[in-house]
Ligand binder design. Structure first.
Ligand code: AP5
Ligand code: MG
Ligand code: ZN
Length: 219
């Protein structure tokens, strides 16, 4: 299963990715998570990515494409992978096409998360993330059993530094300008399936699983 989750910030890609990769036993390749880990560890990549990420802008393509290319070379990607948050513009999508060609593999499908723009800001500003295991919650829509404590590992929850109102608005603007055109890019390759992301979390997952089932039947 080789899939991309495409969609605006706050659409639910990361939430669904956790269950999706467990279902198919494939690696979850999230460029957002990779940059967060690099920033936390203070690596060279982290130092370069930090200012872009905290401003809600895209990290330069050369750096982003390089980390994805290296990640896709790992042996654990041989039987499939989920790309979450990559590609994010046409240059990244063309680079991915070249990487896949060099491995002689093809994508099975691209899931496009559809959520009304006015709902995204509430989702982003109410998000809470576990500082230890990365599990994602929402203060209202998906709260932990115990306030500000992770259900999975008992660690504290925190707000992502780029989840402020101002930065979130910038991320949505950049999505509209640079990432949304990828819907047509993948539609022209016959790969895109839209999923209504504004439903209960478990219903969205069912729709995604149905969508990829359909994709595998025709490919
Ligand atoms: P990244 O971490 O990828 O952020 P994003 O794309 O902005 O997406 P989010 O993680 O904000 O949203 P999500 O769709 O994962 O939603 P979630 O499931 O958490 O990227 C961050 C930054 O890294 C970028 O701004 C950029 O700087 C850099 N970067 C990353 N990739 C890059 C690239 N390719 N090129 C260049 N730079 C790159 O859900 C959101 C909230 O909603 C949660 O609170 C959740 O609990 C809640 N929720 C989820 N589903 C539902 C539902 N069905 N109903 C109600 N609430 C829900
Ligand atoms: Mg995410
Ligand atoms: Zn946790």
């Amino acid at each position: 299963m080789r899939t991309i989750f495409l969609g605006p910030p706050g659409a639910g890609k990361g939430t669904q990715a956790a269950a999706f990769v467990e279902h198919f036993n494939i690696p979850h390749i999230s460029t957002g998570n990779m940059f967060r880990e690099a920033i936390k560890a203070g690596t060279v990549i982290g130092l370069k990515a930090k200012k872009y990420k905290y401003a809600g802008s895209l990290v330069p393509d050369d750096l982003t494409i390089r980390i994805v290319q290296e990640r896709l070379n790992h042996v654990d990607c041989a039987s499939g992978f989920l790309l979450d948050g990559f590609p994010r513009n046409v240059a990244q999508a063309s680079a991915l096409d070249m990487i896949l060609r060099s491995h002689e593999i093809k994508l099975d499908g691209v899931i496009n998360f559809e959520v009304q723009e006015k709902k995204l800001l509430n989702r982003i500003t109410g998000r809470r993330v576990c500082c230890h295991c990365g599990a994602t919650y929402h203060q209202l829509f998906n709260p932990p059993a115990k306030e500000e404590i992770c259900d999975k590992c008992g660690s504290e929850l925190h707000q992502r530094p780029d989840d402020t109102l101002e930065t979130a608005q910038n991320r949505i603007r950049i999505y509209n300008e640079q990432t949304e055109p990828l819907i047509n890019y993948y539609r022209s390759q016959g790969l895109i399936t839209g999923v209504q992301g504004d439903q209960k979390i478990d219903i969205v997952l069912q729709d995604i699983l149905k969508a990829v089932g359909k994709v595998s039947e025709v490919s």
